[in-house]
Design a protein around this ligand. Sequence first.
Ligand code: CUA
Length: 163
Amino acid sequence: MSTTSLHVHPYEKRWIIFSIVLLIVFTAAVAIAAFALGIQVPSPEQRVDPRTVAVDPNSPWSNPGLREIAPGRYEAYILAQTWQFQPREIRVPVGSRVTFYVTSKDVQHTFKIQDTNINVQVVPGQVSKLTVTFKKPGTYPFICSEYCGVGHAGMFGQIIVTP
Ligand code: CUA
C-alpha cells in the first residue's frame, strides 16, 4: 500500500457525498424560491420615529393610504397600531402593481395579505416594504397574524381589486 494515498472509509465517503448533495439541493431550493416563486425577503427599508410617524406632516403615514405614482403603479402607506390598520380598505384596478410601506406606531404587528406572498413583520421604528401585482380581480383580506394584545383578532382589512 502506498503511504501517500488518502484512505477514506467507504462509510465516511458516503456521508461526504451526501453532504455535498444536500448543499446542492439547498442552493437549488433557495434559487427556486427567490426566482421562480418570487419570494421576497423583507429588508429594513427605512427607519422612522414611532412616536411621531403618525403625526409628523412630513411623514407619509400621517396620511396613510394609496398613491398612484404611474399608470397601474401604486404605493400604499399602511399604519399599524393597536388594534387596526389604516386604511382598512384599498381599491385598485386589476393588474396593478402595489408597493406596500408598512410601519407600526406602537407594538409589533404583522401584515399578511391572503392569496399573495405578502406576510411581513411590522416593527415599530422600521418600515417594511414589499411589492405585489394583483393579477386577478376579487377581495384580498389582510390581517395581523401576530398576537398583539386583546384586540388582535379585530386587526384586519381588505384590498378590493376591481375588474
Ligand atoms: Cu396587530 Cu395582532
